[in-house]
Ligand binder design. Sequence first.
Ligand code: 6GU
Length: 248
Amino acid sequence: MRLDIVTIFPEYLEPLNVSLVGKARARGVLDVRVHDLRRWTHDRHNTVDDTPYGGGPGMVMKPEPWGEALDTILASDEDGREPVLVVPTPSGSPFTQRTAVELAAESWLVFTPARYEGIDRRVIEEYGERLRVRELSIGDYVLAGGEAPVLVMVEAVARLLPGVLGNAESHRDDSFAPGAMASLLEGPVYTKPPLWRGRGIPEVLLSGHHGRIARWRRDQAFRRTARYRPDLVERCDPAALGAQDREL
Ligand code: 6GU
């Protein structure tokens, strides 16, 4: 999968050299290209922003550098791939695990993290006529720019790519993964030693009884979800609830 990221803070994307994403790059599963937007400015001060038409606080990112940047990047296609333009914005639709799964099926994503009050609307209109555009928000809070959201989205997508996680099963029962534990948060986990500061391991996990263990985990997941995310329990298909859930 190819990823292009256009930003005025290329160094903000340095974490993409580390850990899971860094290893995926080193192994050639991910081809990540970070571009400095200012490369496509032509004035002495490398201006990327200007005051908003209609007044109001803050600055808006000028369309010309974005247009030149995106034209250059889109023209650099090597094997006839059709990119998705990912525009991080607090005004976008929610980025969820479903979105991550959809984006993981693509072969080329182009990210446009903005600073200030966002990018001149005409840029999104212009490229919306040529390619698929996803305007996405990572949550209901406001960040100073789209770079941190890009890190979030790239990590969520990268770990879904074949051969990136060590164990192909590792994301099967993630919280939010579609499937058996659908929309339940994951419960507690334990490892050695069996006794730490006087605290033991729940008996059932030592029992070797796989059926009882699975049911206990399901129960813990349900309790945790009811406590921290009652909205997820509310949205859950009643048929997916076991008799034991109704007793809790
Ligand atoms: Cl994608 N960008 C910014 N600036 N703030 C956000 C966001 C994105 N998602 C949530 N807050």
